[in-house]
Design a protein around this ligand. Structure first.
Ligand code: HEM
Length: 452
């Protein structure tokens, strides 16, 4: 069992103390959850990297080790001594459980835990390898290329619908609805359903509130459960129809749903709960992240007008620019692992069951890996960042994301070369520590669109 109780009951880290961790606790104890940190986490990350590369924090899930240097984050993501199975304590022990009837909180959340824990992002080998193999088949370059024209059309339609004579919100016009629509195409939702049904986006937001809370409350866990089960019901109807069609001899379609249904029939996917968990996780993982890349990315580019103009002149810079936007302000700021076997890191013993938070956002600004890490530079050539993770769980949707982001930025550059942030430039951050993003991004284009 995870050691969450031990961590919250004993504020000091388990094992011998880290000499420099007091600095980190002084920093963390005060700022981890405050609005200043959520607005700009990078000074805190720097303090951690420099003063306490392995720091214990009570702020995360009742107690967790934080790692912030590139080399350590990479190790945690790649090394099998760190397990991806971490939902038990997280889902079943809300931060305010002491105030509630603990046993009833656990039983009322068991449906959530049963489904959530089966998503491949929370599986270890050999189950993870088995499920990932099935899912990978849907992300082959040829499949993604087939989607490209549909994605471009969807972007064009959304941009054309904008009334660009006055300031408009880029998040509601495009960044929020588009990724769910694209994943709908990939998964194989019907055309009507693929148009990012409002419910699916709302459920996904509800889940993100829970997943992104460093110390989720019972209420957040219950709301997330309601959303997760509603999403599962949404997919269940579709899966039933597809199973019946395949049994009736219909030709399998080239989409995720039919691949999963076929894999279930062949025994590669074990049961409908495992199947449903992958559908829900795909939708959620792809939507909450890509929307933030699009909006944070546009904001960052428009805040660096020289680089925006450079992109106008040389579109070949776009693939590198998207990767730099992912590094500079990563939509996924951290991920978690459980220590699977006692080990020593930075002279500190980490015990089996301890939770480790790998701070991707901090690793991506590590000067040991990236020169001038706090500068955004679309011509940077320092190799890939950890924005998509690394190791066995490296993002399965990375190629799709890059394709989608390039389609968006290409069309925005072409349509509105003079696009600008609407003053005041104060960003409306969502306040989610894990999924770093904006609630809204007001922009305007002086003059008519370039292709009007
Ligand atoms: C800006 C966009 C995206 C970012 C920054 C991002 C980031 C990440 C990261 C950091 C991980 C690793 C998590 C870990 O190791 O614990 C991951 C895994 C994953 N991502 Fe993404 N992602 C993005 C888009 C997408 C899209 C579009 C999809 C699906 C259509 C997707 C589906 C997944 C899935 C299913 C996993 C789990 C893979 C596994 O466990 O083997 N992601 N992503």
């Amino acid at each position: 069992m995870p050691d969450r109780r031990r961590a919250s009951a004993v504020p000091a880290p388990p094992g011998a103390p880290i000499p420099r961790s007091l600095d980190a606790r002084a920093v963390l104890g005060r700022v981890m959850l405050d609005s200043e940190f959520l607005r700009d986490p990078y000074p805190t990350y720097r303090a951690l990297r420099e003063a306490a590369p392995l720091a214990w924090s009570d702020e995360f899930f009742g107690g967790a080790w934080l790692v912030s240097r590139h080399a350590d984050v990479e190790l945690v993501l790649r090394d099998a001594r760190f397990s991806a199975q971490r939902t038990g304590g997280w889902v079943m022990h809300p931060a305010d459980e002491a105030d509630t009837n603990c046993r009833s909180a656990r039983s009322e959340l068991s449906g959530f835990q049963r489904l959530f824990a089966r998503a491949m992002i929370f599986l270890d080998a050999p189950d993870h390898t088995r499920v990932r193999q099935v899912m990978s088949a849907a992300f082959r370059p040829a499949d993604l290329q087939r989607l490209a024209p549909r994605i471009e059309r969807a972007v064009a339609e959304r941009l054309a619908a904008v009334d660009s004579d006055s300031p408009f919100d880029f998040v509601s016009a495009l960044a929020r609805p588009l990724p769910a629509q694209v994943i709908g195409m990939l998964i194989g939702l019907d055309e009507a359903e693929a148009d990012a049904p409002a419910d699916v986006v709302a459920w996904s937001d509800e889940l993100a509130q829970f997943v992104g809370a460093p110390a989720p409350s019972r209420l957040q866990a219950l709301s997330a459960q309601t959303a997760l089960l509603a999403m599962a019901r949404h997919f269940d109807g579709l899966l039933t129809r597809r199973r019946a069609a395949l049994v009736g001899g219909a030709e399998p379609r080239d989409d995720v749903i039919d691949r999963l249904v076929k894999a279930e029939r062949d025994g590669q996917i074990r049961g409908s709960a495992e199947l449903l968990a992958q559908c829900v996780m795909l939708l959620f993982a792809g939507h909450e992240t890509t929307r933030h890349l699009l909006a944070n990315g546009l904001r960052t580019l428009l805040s660096h007008p020289d680089q925006w103009r450079q992109l106008q002149r040389d579109r070949d810079l776009l693939p590198g620019a998207v990767r730099e936007l992912l590094r500079f302000d990563s939509p996924v700021q951290y991920t978690g692992r459980r220590v699977a076997t006692d080990l020593v890191l930075h002279d500190q013993t980490l015990r089996r069951g301890d939770l480790v938070v790998a701070l991707i956002g901090a690793a991506n600004r590590d000067p040991a890996r990236h020169e001038r890490p706090d500068e955004m530079d679309i011509t940077r050539r320092s190799g890939s960042s950890l924005a998509f993770g690394q190791g066995p769980h490296v993002c399965i949707g990375a190629a799709l994301t890059l394709m989608e982001a390039q389609a968006v930025f290409t069309q925005v550059l072409e349509r509105w070369p003079d696009l600008a942030l609407t003053p005041p430039v104060a960003a409306q951050w969502t306040g989610n520590a894990l999924y770093r993003g904006l609630n809204g991004l007001s922009v305007q284009c002086p003059g008519p669109p370039a292709n009007a």
